[in-house]
Design a protein around this ligand. Structure first.
Ligand SMILES: C[S@@+](CC[C@H](N)C(=O)[O-])C[C@H]1O[C@@H](n2cnc3c(N)ncnc32)[C@H](O)[C@@H]1O
Length: 251
């Protein structure tokens, strides 16, 4: 990457591909050691599964990167369109990756202070350093702040933000099966009257229960939009992202 060009990354978990490749090499080496045939068969099956997974992520990564990441741009912009905000005050991007949403919101709203938090999981090539570098290149370093933190426990006071965004993050938190817990934590730090737009893979049968739980928090308005109605995904991306949609509204 050129030192003066931004890098907003790729939703395909590139580092996970290296981990899978390492495991495949280890298992292949183990399977040439003399052992019971049944153990060999188990190793071959496991390796076959890992190889398929690796190929899937590799081609997913390539299909997302096509046309200079045009697909990511479309999906990000669609969720920003659903954020009905006057651009005044503070916005938080939960699971910011390389900071795209926080930086865009700071760029398009000169009166905004934009925050991005992430745990910067090692599965992707995202980092705090790249967020800060992108903000510097985009000329919004003075109005963007990035911090390591988890969506499960946001290090902010109740009602601290005027707007909340998050893109393709909540489904990654595998051990939290009830995703309404993550919506609750996000909405805790949102002011009364503040707006939110949260995009993720949400199964059809989970949409209404999540909306109901959000309304129980005293939120004024909550809507759902099926992203795939507007954006055609390449077939590989559709496997993983077929339930992509946006939960948005006003607290
Ligand atoms: C598919 S990436 C999306 C990144 C970014 N939102 C974007 O649109 O480019 C998922 C992100 O979720 C982050 N993530 C995973 N678990 C998290 C958690 N518990 N709290 C905050 N971020 C998390 C990962 O580190 C990664 O940056």
């Amino acid at each position: 990457m050129n030192n003066n060009s931004t890098d907003y990354g790729n939703w395909g978990p590139q580092n996970l591909c290296y981990i899978l490749l390492g495991l495949i090499i280890i298992i292949s080496s183990l399977s040439i050691i003399p052992m019971l045939l049944i153990l060999k068969i188990i190793l071959w099956i496991l390796n076959g599964f890992l190889i398929l997974r690796l190929l899937y992520y590799f081609f997913l990564f390539r299909s997302i990167a096509r046309n200079k990441g045009e697909l990511q741009d479309k999906i990000w912009n669609l969720m920003l369109q659903k954020l009905s905000w006057n651009g005044k005050g503070k916005v938080l991007d939960i699971g910011t990756g390389n900071g795209y949403l926080a930086i865009q919101l700071a760029k398009t709203n000169p009166n905004t202070e934009a925050w991005g938090i992430d745990i910067w999981s090692k599965l992707w090539k995202y980092s705090l350093k790249t967020c800060e570098k992108n903000a510097r290149i985009e000329g919004v370093m003075d109005r963007t702040k990035f911090q390591k933190a988890s969506a499960l426990n946001l290090p902010f006071n109740d009602g601290e933000f005027d707007a909340i965004v998050s893109n393709i993050v909540f489904h990654e938190i595998l051990f939290v099966r009830d995703k309404s817990i993550l919506f609750k934590e996000a909405l805790r730090v949102l002011k009364k009257g503040g707006v939110f737009s949260i995009q993720d893979m949400i199964k059809n049968e989970k949409i209404n229960p999540i909306k109901e739980k959000i309304l129980e928090l005293g939120v004024e308005e909550v809507n759902y939009f099926n992203t795939l109605k507007e954006i055609k995904l390449p077939s590989l991306a559709r496997v993983e992202m077929k339930n992509l949609g946006i939960i948005f509204g006003r607290k």
